[in-house]
Design a protein around this ligand. Structure first.
Ligand SMILES: NC(=O)C1=CN([C@@H]2O[C@H](COP(=O)(O)OP(=O)(O)OC[C@H]3O[C@@H](n4cnc5c(N)ncnc54)[C@H](OP(=O)(O)O)[C@@H]3O)[C@@H](O)[C@H]2O)C=CC1
Ligand SMILES: O=C(O)[C@@H]1CCC=N1
Length: 270
């Protein structure tokens, strides 16, 4: 269904822009096939100017022009957006929500009966086609709808179909995950600076170390523990660093962060 579809974005903030940019860079759709509506005129002007996408003057115009509608507003704005959108969906578009925590049932109940809905949890590395998304289908979403949604999100990274009950956990893991990785990356860089390395060099070394380590997992298929053991010489430097991380409870702290974010996602759904 994507071959001829116009894809509408309601909400063109951080995540909306990451998807727009990623989809265009991947060459999946031409800019004239992307229509955007945002309450912020500034955002609309930015998106139109930066990417050449079509700007809709109203939410209804965006919905009416689109066979696939990606709703990318904050969970708190979902109620008003769905209410405004409902009368503009007689053409039965596929509605894709990326809002954290908002259950499919809530979205379906706010729209006319029979509208296909897919709930997705993407993440910001979609901006550079390195996103990670999980998708769950609603009552009326058929295989063609899921295939179209998977094609969209796979154009900007990897995507898995999952049962909806796991989407809050995905939100806590890979949805919020880039922030944890950036926090770690920033701390590691500060560690280098603390030891006297100029910041730009420390940043470069850290980014390459994180990227190289992730690629090593993917390309060797080995367990992270095995790869960690390769770095860790008996009585050497690494084991002394690891001892500090274990004493400070970093592993438990990271697991706790995923749990806290998952619980927050559940709470956002009401
Ligand atoms: N950021 C992330 O890493 C991720 C976010 N998400 C989800 O994506 C959604 C968007 O998040 P994010 O992009 O970070 O949020 P942003 O606040 O950056 O973007 C939302 C945009 O929608 C606009 N908006 C608000 N109300 C309306 C409306 N009624 N109609 C049209 N546009 C409206 C906002 O304008 P204004 O600012 O003026 O209100 C803003 O420009 C959220 O539901 C979030 O849970 C999912 C995965 C990752
Ligand atoms: O922080 C948030 O609520 C959103 C959802 C996942 C990432 N950012």
């Amino acid at each position: 269904m994507l071959d001829t579809a116009t894809v509408g974005f309601i909400g063109g903030g951080n995540m909306g822009e990451a998807l727009i940019r990623g989809i265009l860079q991947a060459g999946l759709l031409a800019p004239e096939r992307l229509v955007v509506f945002d309450v912020s005129r500034e955002r609309l002007e930015h998106l139109e100017g930066a990417y050449g996408v079509v700007r809709a003057e109203t939410l209804s115009a965006c919905a009416q022009a689109s066979q696939v509608i990606i709703v990318a507003v904050k969970p708190q704005n979902m109620g008003e957006v769905l209410e405004s959108m409902a009368p503009s969906t007689p053409h039965r578009p596929l509605v894709i929500s990326i809002a954290a925590g908002v259950p499919i049932q809530t979205i379906e109940a706010a729209l006319p009966q029979g509208i296909p809905v897919i709930r997705v949890m993407p993440n910001t590395p979609a901006l550079v086609q390195q996103g990670a998304s999980a998708l769950a289908r609603g009552t009326h979403a058929e295989d063609t709808h899921m295939e179209a949604a998977l094609t969209l999100f796979r154009s900007v990274g990897i995507a898995h179909e999952l049962d909806e009950k796991l989407l809050d956990a995905v939100t806590g893991l890979s949805g919020s995950g880039p922030a944890y990785v950036l926090h770690f990356l920033e701390s590691l860089t500060d560690g280098g600076v603390l030891m006297g390395i100029p910041r730009p060099v420390a940043r470069d070394l850290v980014v390459q170390t994180v990227m190289g380590t992730a690629r090593m997992i993917l390309e060797t298929g080995r367990h992270p523990s095995q790869l960690k053991d390769m770095v860790t010489s008996p009585g050497g430097t690494t084991i002394h660093g690891l001892e500090v991380l274990e004493k400070e409870g970093v592993r438990g702290a990271i697991m706790g962060a995923v749990r806290a974010a998952t619980e927050r996602s559940k709470a956002l759904g009401g």
